[in-house]
Design a protein around this ligand. Structure first.
Ligand SMILES: [Zn+2]
Length: 157
């Protein structure tokens, strides 16, 4: 039986899930990849309670996935940016997205990821199908896919 936390498991999957396996946490990371930076942007995008969002942003900052950066003084205002460590999560996120596109998106992919350099489609292994480059998270650009219908919730980009 799994404990509530997986601290006692010598397993990197369990340890990673302990950090990012909670739904809101992973969706905050997704939104950060989509370009969201500020508390209110995350709150509006996710419809998440303020206290929960505050707690998750704190966790993500403490663990080095997000950087809390002041962008304005008097009053001080902060935004959240993915660190290098955080950007590496684009690999599992792309994996989850492609798996969901294959198995859970009968109307087609709601979102497609393109190589910002050349516009080519990017595989879940971060390879551009157009130019063959192996890409970094910084080279990726999200766009509305064929399954991003008006009836569904609008796809944030
Ligand atoms: Zn390319």
């Amino acid at each position: 039986v799994l404990q509530r936390t997986y601290d006692d498991q010598n397993c990197s999957i369990a340890r990673t899930l302990e950090l990012v396996g909670e739904r809101w946490t992973l969706l905050i990371i997704r939104d950060a990849f989509l370009g969201l930076r500020r508390f209110e942007q995350f709150r509006e995008s996710l419809g998440i309670a303020r206290n929960v969002l505050t707690e998750r942003l704190q966790l993500l900052t403490d663990t080095g996935i997000l950087d809390r950066v002041r962008y304005q003084e008097r009053p001080d205002r902060y935004e959240y940016r993915l660190t290098e460590m955080g950007r590496e999560l684009s690999v599992p996120l792309m994996g989850l997205m492609h798996w969901g596109d294959r198995h859970l998106a009968p109307a087609g992919a709601p979102r497609v990821v393109l190589h910002s350099g050349c516009g080519g489609t990017v595989t879940e292994r971060h390879v551009c199908e157009e130019c063959g480059s192996l890409l970094d998270a910084r080279d990726l650009e999200a766009h509305r896919g064929p399954g991003a219908t008006a009836a569904a919730a609008p796809v944030s980009l």
